[in-house]
Design a protein around this ligand. Structure first.
Ligand code: ATP
Ligand code: MN
Length: 418
């Protein structure tokens, strides 16, 4: 990483015709002597014996100049933006974080499972889904006034997955500790700085593991990734700290050693009800927390990440384990300053009959979940897992405010051109 200063002597044969004409964006091949640099700002420089121009870039039309461009502009040239300092640094850090995540799980004996991208389960309990079809959309076969999916490619409705969790649960009951790390898709029309239509999710799933064990793994994983980035991406982190957000390095350093705060949803609501802050969305027990509430708790009250547990069952998915109070479920969200939720997880309902009841209560059909229910008939275990939004984690690490800037080719409502 970093740039290299090249010293080209006026005596080079192509100095006048080529070297002097070089501009930002050209690609060149240089051989020469790498020597200590007398100049300021670099340790070494390359004293060129030969400079060959491989590819020219006409400065009159090349969109990138030496000045700083806005991120909005750079999003319109996704084929060139990785050449900028910021997007180069993001790409390196993203790669290092992927490596750290795999290493974390592999070192702990987790098996990496490739869960399907195309799924037949119509509702996995999270977000809107994109339909996958081979139908000619101008002539969809009909039956009784509805699309007849028996005539479609898969013989039934199919969608892009919103989560690999249900399939990961299958493998957790065969192998113990497993994880998935792959793309997920949500067709929600939320044009925010923290939502993408296509994003990457890290999803561990563990047999013989309750909510406490789940939360501990989440904290360990986050700390591991932060420590890895601090150690291996020092230059890039310095760059983010200087040009994007002057708190990122300090924040990560603190988090590696600091404890996270644990709180129940009910305690969180009590604090929010007493807050003097004016919220856009009203707070009451039973409401889904908005990012303004999550951020208030992290930024104004605790000044650190929070693990919020035991949410009302009405606002969480059917598969989360019911607590003894009959009102809350063993859900956990990990909330961080500036972003809000980066992890959503839970202990799963492992009791067959309770799960049937929950599925029915949520107006879903137990028959659609026959295989999921069978996992609760044959060697059911208390088990848990979570989903970590990879791009949200990169946002937190780099300080970049918009999620569109931490993925190479962002897919958002109205934008799929790159
Ligand atoms: P939110 O309420 O923030 O929209 P969610 O509760 O719908 O998120 P989950 O279903 O719990 O999300 O997904 C697990 C994690 O995946 C989230 O904690 C978040 O980090 C990430 N995530 C969810 N939706 C998106 C999205 N549209 N774009 C990027 N990351 C997402
Ligand atoms: Mn969630």
């Amino acid at each position: 990483m970093g740039s290299l200063q090249i010293i080209a002597d006026g005596k080079l044969p192509n100095y006048k015709d080529e070297v002097l004409a070089l501009q930002t964006g050209c690609s060149i091949k240089v051989t020469g002597l790498l020597a200590a640099s007398p100049g300021k700002g670099q340790r070494v420089e390359l004293q060129a014996d030969e400079v060959t121009v491989v590819g020219w870039a006409d400065p009159a039309v090349y969109p990138l100049q030496k000045k700083r461009h806005s991120f909005e502009f750079l999003r319109t040239i996704a084929h060139l933006r990785p050449r900028t300092n910021t997007f180069g640094a993001v790409a390196r850090v993203r790669s290092a974080m992927s490596y750290a995540i795999h290493t974390f799980f592999q070192e702990r004996g987790f098996i990496y499972i490739h869960t399907p991208i195309i799924t037949g389960s119509d509702c996995e309990g999270a977000g809107e889904m994109f339909r996958v079809t081979k139908f000619n959309l101008d002539q969809i076969p009909q039956k009784d006034g509805h699309a007849d999916f028996t005539q479609d490619f898969f013989g039934g409705p199919a969608s892009l997955t919103v989560s690999g969790q249900l399939e990961a649960e299958i493998y957790a009951h065969a192998m113990g500790d497993v994880y998935t790390f792959g793309p997920t898709f949500r067709a929600e029309d939320s044009n925010t700085s923290r939502h993408l239509a296509e994003f990457w999710m890290v999803e561990p799933e563990m047999a013989f593991c309750d909510l406490q064990c789940n939360a501990e793994l989440a904290v360990q994983l986050l700390k591991y990734v932060f420590a890895h980035v601090l150690e291996n991406c020092e230059e890039d982190m310095k760059f983010f700290n200087r040009f994007i957000d002057s708190t990122v390095v300090d924040t990560l350093e603190k988090l590696v050693s600091q404890d996270f705060e644990y709180l129940t949803y009910t305690e969180g609501i009590e604090i929010l009800l007493k807050a003097k802050e004016k919220f856009e969305f009203p707070v009451n027990w039973g409401c889904d927390l908005q990012s303004e509430h999550e951020r208030y708790l992290c930024e104004k009250v605790f000044h650190k990440p929070l693990i919020l547990v035991d949410y009302p069952k009405e606002i969480k998915a059917f598969y989360m384990k019911l607590n003894e109070d009959g009102k809350t479920v063993r859900a956990m969200d990990v909330l961080v300053p500036k972003i809000g939720e980066i992890i959503g997880g839970s202990q799963r309902e492992d009791d067959h009959d309770t799960l049937v009841e929950r599925i029915t209560e949520m107006n879903l059909n137990p028959e659609d979940y026959w295989w999921y229910l069978e996992l609760r008939k044959f060697g059911s275990t208390p088990h848990s897992g979570f989903g970590l939004g990879f791009e949200r984690l990169i946002q937190f690490v780099t300080g970049l405010a918009n999620i569109r800037d931490v993925i190479p080719f962002p897919r958002t409502p109205g934008n799929v051109s790159f």
